[in-house]
Ligand binder design. Structure first.
Ligand SMILES: Cc1ncc(COP(=O)(O)O)c(C=O)c1O
Length: 500
């Protein structure tokens, strides 16, 4: 059965439309050649393969050991000393996860570093079904959220002082992870549709012509960027992917807001465009299932993933087993363990690019039983609808700011990005004036690598504020901006609050 003939499933039907609706295989195969991803890794990891540890191999083997084996091998504790015999987590929409006996013992025990094998199978199928990446040796590893994946990827790919490409304003967690490398930040501005590929091209071409060191990596939040709320349209993603091939860099695609894309237009992920093995993709369930369970996974070309696994082993052995077991059992959005069918994506063009399999077998989820009403798709719809309603409510509440600030309604996520008119730097306004009036805000410089730089922007979070407080918050903000604007007519005072 060809991918196109596949009957639509509840699973894909139910998911937000931001997900790719058809295989990108064959559409995007002509431009890039498979990259040797190890070549782009930092010098510290040259011997990563050599160091593959015997003990970890044994642990992985031990995990799959059948009952008939007698083992003097495993260094695991005896579960009989664990003081738990039952765990129950109720679902909001009815039903519950129960664990006891062998299942609970397993959920409280050590794991191979890559993750709970059953969850890994689900995640592999999930990635395949949603992104349908061009065939390449890839795999997934369970991480403690996307932040952990950021840290792992940077640790593998960056050397001290390396250049790295970022959007001008970006997620603070990446800045924090970058600091120890003292990197050269190549900051690319965004417009209302996100990073501008033409600017990226111009910046890189200029560096090349000046003989400057070229970056090995771009970090991007393609859907509902935090803080700017921009979502890269499909054509820009393709252009950026092209530039990655042209200038030989990898793409770290951090997409925790994928499920919260308010647009009805489907956008392919970078992973789904990745014919050459240039994409490291980070997924997270923090915004839609639980932030505290730290559920995330990293998808990457297999050689790179093996290095991540070694790092993970050194760092924390593995992500929490109990959390992984809970995520595996959770209705949203862990795919069901339902019957799967094998299909062939057969596409000759890929043989030109080093893919030896002409007919690549991929697994596709069949109709998942627990994704019927109340399941993952429905949950994601609810989550997206909740955030969208909140976005709309804040948007309506901001009417008093019409002549005081500029913003575009965010296309997804949790944040509205606002530029305050007539104020060169919002820092004092946030930490002095607003704070005294009982309004907490985040100034734009929080999302710059250099937090001492001035910024006219504010990030407003609409995910948790009580709906009834939105009008008051907006009116207070309007008053504060007016006050600050009149003060700005005089000389800008020194920063008063937290100086750094
Ligand atoms: C862009 C981005 N990446 C990563 C994270 C961290 O996510 P996680 O909880 O999965 O580590 C956040 C959280 O705000 C984020 O906005």
């Amino acid at each position: 059965m060809e991918a196109e003939d596949r009957p639509p499933t509840r699973w894909t039907d139910d998911l937000v439309k931001a997900l790719p609706t058809e295989a990108t295989v064959g559409v995007w195969g002509g431009l890039c050649h498979t990259v040797d991803v190890l070549r782009l890794m930092n010098d510290d990891d040259d011997d990563g393969q050599v160091n593959k540890m015997v003990l970890s191999f044994a642990a992985t083997l031990a995990y799959g050991v059948g009952r008939q084996m007698i083992s003097l091998a495993e260094g695991m504790p005896n579960e009989e000393v664990f003081p738990f015999n039952r765990l129950e987590m109720g679902w909001t929409k009815g039903g519950a996860l129960h664990m006891e006996g062998k299942e609970l013992s397993t959920a409280l025990q050590y794991l191979p570093s890559q993750g709970l094998p059953a969850l890994l199978s689900e995640l592999r199928a999930f990635q395949q079904d949603l992104h349908r990446p061009p065939p390449l040796q890839r795999d997934v590893i369970v991480t403690n959220g996307a932040q952990h994946g950021i840290y792992q990827a940077l640790d593998l790919l960056l050397d001290q002082g390396d250049p790295i490409l970022l959007t001008e304003y970006t997620y603070t967690g990446v800045h924090v992870a970058l600091k120890p490398y003292s990197p050269e930040i190549i900051s690319i501005p965004e417009d209302e549709h996100g990073l501008v590929p033409e600017t990226l091209d111009a910046v890189l071409s200029d560096r090349l012509s000046r003989g400057l060191r070229m970056p090995r990596l771009i970090y991007l939040v393609p859907t509902a960027n935090n803080p700017t709320g921009t979502t890269l349209p499909a054509h820009r993603r393709r252009q950026i992917y092209d530039l990655a091939c042209k200038y030989d860099f990898l793409i770290l695609e951090d997409d925790p807001y994928m499920f919260l894309n308010f647009d009805d237009e489907p956008v392919p992920s970078f992973l789904s465009l990745d014919v050459a093995g240039r994409v490291i993709r980070l997924d997270s369930l923090s915004k839609v299932v639980s932030a505290g369970l730290r559920g995330g996974w990293l998808s990457a070309p297999r050689p790179l993933l093996q290095r991540v696994e070694l790092h993970m082993q050194a760092e924390l052995l593995h992500s929490c087993t109990l959390a992984q077991a809970a995520l595996l059992a959770a209705p949203p959005p862990s795919p069901s363990r339902s019957a799967r069918s094998s299909i062939s994506t057969g596409n000759d063009s890929f043989t030109d690019h080093g893919f030896h399999d002409k007919h690549i077998k991929v697994e596709v989820l069949g109709p998942p039983h627990h994704l019927q009403p109340g399941g993952a798709g429905a949950h994601l719809h609810r989550a997206r609808a909740l955030y969208r309603r909140r976005r709309d409510a804040l948007q309506a509440a901001l009417a008093p700011l019409d002549s005081l600030a500029d913003w575009s309604p965010p296309k997804g996520g949790l944040f509205l990005w606002l530029r305050v008119r007539g104020v060169d730097d919002v820092y004092n306004m946030v930490f002095e004036t607003a704070f005294k009036r009982g309004l907490m805000l985040i100034p734009g410089q929080a999302f710059l690598y250099d937090t001492s730089a001035p910024s006219q922007h504010l990030r407003l979070t609409f995910s948790k504020i009580a709906l009834k407080d939105m009008d008051l918050a907006a009116r207070t903000l309007a008053d504060i901006i007016k006050e600050e604007q009149s003060r700005s007519l005089q000389k800008q005072p020194q920063r008063l609050a937290t100086q750094h």
